[in-house]
Design a protein around this ligand. Sequence first.
Ligand SMILES: NC(=O)c1ccc[n+]([C@@H]2O[C@H](COP(=O)([O-])OP(=O)(O)OC[C@H]3O[C@@H](n4cnc5c(N)ncnc54)[C@H](OP(=O)(O)O)[C@@H]3O)[C@@H](O)[C@H]2O)c1
Length: 325
Amino acid sequence: MRAFEYQGAGGPEVLVEVDRPKPAAGAGEVLIKVAAFGLNRADVQQRRGVYPPPAGASDIPGLEVSGTIEALGEGTLGFTVGQNVCALLSGGGYAQYVSVPAGHVLEVPENVDVVDAAGFMEVAGTVVSNLFLEANLAPGETVLLHGGAGGIGSMAIQLAVAAGAKVLVTASSAQKIEHCLALGATAGINYREEDFVERVAELTGGAGVDVILDVVGAKYLGQNLRAMAVGGRLVVIGLQGGATGELNLGTLMAKRARVIGTTLRARPLEQKAEIVAAVKSHALPLLAAGALELSIDRRFPFTDTRSAHEYFDSGIHTGKIVVKH
Ligand SMILES: NC(=O)c1ccc[n+]([C@@H]2O[C@H](COP(=O)([O-])OP(=O)(O)OC[C@H]3O[C@@H](n4cnc5c(N)ncnc54)[C@H](OP(=O)(O)O)[C@@H]3O)[C@@H](O)[C@H]2O)c1
């Protein structure tokens, strides 16, 4: 089969199209003929050589795909050959075929374009696990989403609003804030022009936000703590602003606040299956009802995977980028 691999570490030029053996469906797995895969920041970090695949994962990049079931492994229940599905992977998505445990696969609802469904699983899994399973975001609470216009942010806005929360976002431009407001955010903060801690105080009547989903890390640690309400939960899922910061534990105690960190990719298979089950109950019904936008910014052809990475690197995208066969 055709696949892309990284030959060395660096820019999009290290992506090389190669021939690889077609995988087989092992016991409990489904073999998917890939229609499309979604791009994620982790793919870029892996390309740059700073985020190696976890033990046992394919060295072929790609954390999410959509496509058609080609074959079922021994003892695989709940799916049929020819069904349209999307899947969460620990790697291997940049290829014509991928095999994946059945517990990490969901059927694509009939009303959803199978190519666009490639952009669903990684963001939905990340958002559902962090906002709901980790931070217990409740109806009536306020959540602040950093990087609100990105792939994660676009999904998080919609799922938080659907859960009855009020959503504030940060983004780098008026056009990105417009995108967030269109998806249901109450207010956007242009972090290049405004102090987000001050704006959060204004927008919450001084109370602060109950939950923060953070993709920046160290650079925002102190500000995030100041922006949190009493009983607040800060979930760090990205380190675009560094990994080592200083935390005022006095403020943390006084606010009875919590700081949580997670990654999705390296979790044990059973935990991933639980998250996929939570996506099935929290997000899939909204998708099937047409109440959840997949927010696909651009679709690139497979042979143009390098261009997809160049576009991702430019940072001008909103929502998701997918690559289709
Ligand atoms: N822990 C996990 O399990 C997990 C899973 C999936 C993704 N993630 C992380 O989640 C983040 C978002 O991923 P994605 O795939 O949605 O990427 P994406 O589409 O590129 O979104 C990232 C967003 O972050 C914003 N951003 C970039 N640098 C920033 C900075 N220095 N300060 C503030 N905002 C900044 C960008 O928006 P602006 O232009 O508006 O700044 C961009 O929209 C990444 O850091 C990724 O590693 C973590």
